[in-house]
Design a protein around this ligand. Structure first.
Ligand code: GRF
Length: 224
């Protein structure tokens, strides 16, 4: 892999296991991105520890310390710009971003959601899936628009819903796939292999699409 690596800003609010998956991927030789900074709106988020441990700048931009959403987003933007962030990855970030904010990173904001969108957007996706009685659940990486989990879909992975599953068991099974899928989707996005086409995306390289669409535990970030 030649050329500069894309600089990611990862926005978090909680545990940061998806952040960890991105940090681990970025630590692999040849991965086309690096985490330039991690920003949390929650001062106590464990994700901040993960960033520090990886030697990555960990910044708190607490929404509660700002008088308005506009002020909060201004501070967020300044932090990302100061770290020369080119792509923004939401990883368990629990605030909705405005169209105004997104306009500053047009087509360069990604999110991971623990359902097969467009089913079950918003909070408690795993609970929604169990309540609806679906037999297949999963996760989605998508470009972010101003709606709640409505942006163009980049990649999805499916897992079975098993008899006796509760939110925790299903959530854990989905998380395994999240950690595999997010780095793959980031790789596609930053290398220009997935592009926006209105409400949908076009993904190059059919082999990679196969990897992304199907559950394939053997797939690794290093494969192209
Ligand atoms: C994940 O399930 C992600 O899909 C959702 O929030 C959760 C964050 O988990 N958006 P973590 O903080 O990455 O462990």
């Amino acid at each position: 892999m030649s050329g500069a690596r894309a600089r990611l800003g990862v926005l978090v609010s909680g545990s940061g296991s998806n952040l960890q998956a991105l940090l681990d991927a970025c630590a692999q030789e040849g991965f086309p991105a690096e985490v330039a900074c991690v920003v949390s709106n929650v001062p106590t988020a464990f994700a901040l520890e993960r960033a520090r441990k990886a030697g990555v700048a960990a910044v708190v931009v607490d929404h509660k310390a700002h008088a308005s959403k506009a002020d909060f987003e201004k501070a967020l933007l300044e932090t990302l710009r100061a770290a020369n962030v080119e792509w923004v990855c939401l990883a368990g970030f629990m605030r909705l971003l405005s169209a105004d904010f997104l306009g500053h990173y047009a087509g360069r904001v990604l999110n991971i959601h623990p359902s097969l969108l467009p089913a079950f957007p918003g909070l408690h996706a795993q609970r929604q899936a169990l309540e609806r009685g679906v037999k297949v659940a999963g996760c989605t990486v998508h470009f972010v628009d101003a709606g709640t989990d409505t942006g163009p879909i980049i990649a999805q992975a499916a897992v079975p819903v098993l008899p006796g599953d509760d939110e925790k068991a299903l959530g854990a099974r989905i998380l395994v796939e999240e950690h595999r899928l997010y780095p793959l989707a980031v790789r596609l996005a930053v290398t220009g292999k997935v592009t926006l086409e209105g409400a949908r995306t076009r993904v190059e390289a059919q082999a990679t699409v196969g990897e992304l669409a199907l559950r394939s535990p053997g797939a690794t970030v290093g494969q192209q």
